[in-house]
Each structure stands twice: as structure tokens, then as C-alpha cells.
Design a protein around this ligand. Structure first.
Ligand code: ADP
Ligand code: MG
Length: 238
């Protein structure tokens, strides 16, 4: 586990500023959701935390350590994307173990971790299947399994459920929360869906056009939205 801090984070693409001074403190083990309309900068913020995007200004710390220029592989984080990008020619077991193999983990240790993740995710009986033989929900679980086997300090999710149908989406919300309650890994989760944010988050960060409008628990945002934007977005009368 680790805490995560964004301090006065800025990002421009060319002359175009898209993140305009963002401060967020995330405690050890917290499940934080970044929510806001499409284009407000959620993915860019997550990608900077992951090291997939350069930072134009400010500081990002993981576990108290400044990571601004640290390559992704040295940040001890694991990311689950919207497009799971499973390797089609690899089985479930191979998909989950691949990053461990790349990192030259001992075979016995890798097998142990894959079995553990498969157990948590209910994939025990599917380890020999290929992605094309899985349902959407099962594929999503494999994508999460790939993150879990790495036992990272921080999980990042970028709209992980947006390709699933409505019913499955609701079921997977509960699964991801159960997973978090079990592992207690610090989690930063991005969605544009305010219901998802309200039902899953310990703490919500409401973003709008490259800035943070408000940070609070779901109840705080619902009861005391800081402004009309937050009130309108969360759906309570402001
Ligand atoms: P969100 O995830 O909230 O939908 P993004 O972080 O993807 O928003 O994008 C924020 C803004 O930055 C958008 O205006 C988007 O067009 C722009 N943007 C994102 N990535 C790039 C890029 N690689 N080059 C130029 N503009 C980008
Ligand atoms: Mg996005």
C-alpha cells in the first residue's frame, strides 16, 4: 500500500493546457474515484500517475517518493484499461502470468500468484481457456487478474466497465469493491458515470475542464455540493 499525492499538477499538449493545477491527496488503502465529463482530463491525470505521460508542472508522489521522471515499470502500480487488451494467443493462465515472466519471477512464485488471483476472481476453472472463449465479464476478470498478480502498491482503473452491458456493469462494481476490501490496495479509479462514483468510492474527486471542483465522500458531495457544477453533475439540487 502507499499514499498518492498530486501537488499543483499541470499538463499541456502543445500550447493547449488540459490539466490546470490539480491537488489531490490519497491515503494508504483508499478507493478514490476521479469523475467528470468526457474530456475533462481524467485519463491524462491517471496516465501521468502511471508514467505514461510527461508532467508539465507540479509533483506526483507515491509513498512519499517523487515519481515525476520515474519510468512506469519502477512505480509499483498496475493499471486496468477499458480495452482489456488480452493476448489472444495466450491462455488465461499465460495472460495473467506474462508480466511476472517478463520480470523473471521464479516459476513457482509466478504459479502461486496466478492461482491466488484466479481463486479470488473465480477463474480457477478457466485457466486453460483462450480470451475468445470467455464472456465479457470473464475477460474483465482476467484483466484484473493481470494487475493483481503483480501485487502493486497502487491499482489504476480507467473506465474498466464501460464496454460491459448495464447488468454486468452493476455486478462488476460490487466485485471490484469486494476485491478492494480484501486486498486494501490504494486504488485510483476513473469514470464518467456519477452513479458508479457514488456507489463505489471512499472519496470522489469531481473534475471539470482540467481543474478539481470538489473532493469529498459521496455523502458530502450529495449533501453539500461546492457549486452548481458539482450539484448538477452529482444529480442533487445545488
Ligand atoms: P477524459 O479522460 O476526462 O475524457 P482526457 O484526459 O482523455 O479526458 O483528455 C483531456 C483533454 O486532453 C481533451 O481535451 C483531450 O482531447 C486532450 N488530449 C488527451 N490526450 C491528448 C494527446 N495525446 N494529444 C493532444 N491532446 C490530448
Ligand atoms: Mg478518459
Amino acid at each position: 500500500m502507499a499514499n498518492v499525492q498530486f501537488a499543483n499538477i499541470r499538463k499541456s499538449f502543445g500550447a493547449h493546457p488540459v490539466i490546470k493545477g490539480v491537488d489531490i491527496d490519497i491515503a494508504d488503502g483508499e478507493f478514490v474515484i476521479l469523475v467528470g465529463p468526457s474530456g475533462c482530463g481524467k485519463s491524462t491525470l491517471l496516465r501521468m500517475l502511471a508514467g505514461l505521460e510527461n508532467i508539465s508542472g507540479g509533483e506526483i508522489k507515491i509513498g512519499g517518493r517523487i515519481v515525476n521522471t520515474l519510468p512506469p515499470k519502477d512505480r509499483d502500480i498496475a493499471m486496468v484499461f477499458q480495452n482489456y487488451a488480452l493476448y489472444p494467443h495466450m491462455t488465461v493462465e499465460q495472460n495473467m502470468g506474462f508480466s511476472l515472466m517478463l520480470n523473471k519471477a521464479p516459476k513457482a512464485e509466478a504459479e502461486k500468484r496466478v492461482k491466488y488471483a484466479a481463486g479470488i476472481l473465480g477463474l480457477d476453472k478457466l485457466l486453460d481457456r483462450y480470451p475468445r472463449q470467455l464472456s465479457g465479464g470473464q475477460r474483465q476478470r482476467v484483466a484484473m487478474g493481470r494487475a493483481i498478480v503483480r501485487d502493486p502498491e497502487v491499482f489504476l482503473f480507467d473506465e474498466p466497465l464501460s464496454n460491459l452491458d448495464a447488468k454486468l456493469r452493476v455486478a462488476m462494481r460490487a466485485e471490484i469493491k469486494e476485491l478492494h476490501q480484501r486486498l486494501k490496495t490504494t486504488t485510483v479509479y476513473v469514470t464518467h458515470d456519477q452513479i458508479e462514483a457514488m456507489t463505489m468510492a471512499d472519496k470522489i474527486v469531481v473534475m471539470h475542464d482540467g481543474i478539481v471542483e470538489q473532493i469529498g465522500t459521496p455523502l458530502e458531495l450529495y449533501d453539500r455540493p461546492a457549486n452548481l457544477f458539482v450539484g448538477g453533475f452529482i444529480g442533487s439540487p445545488a
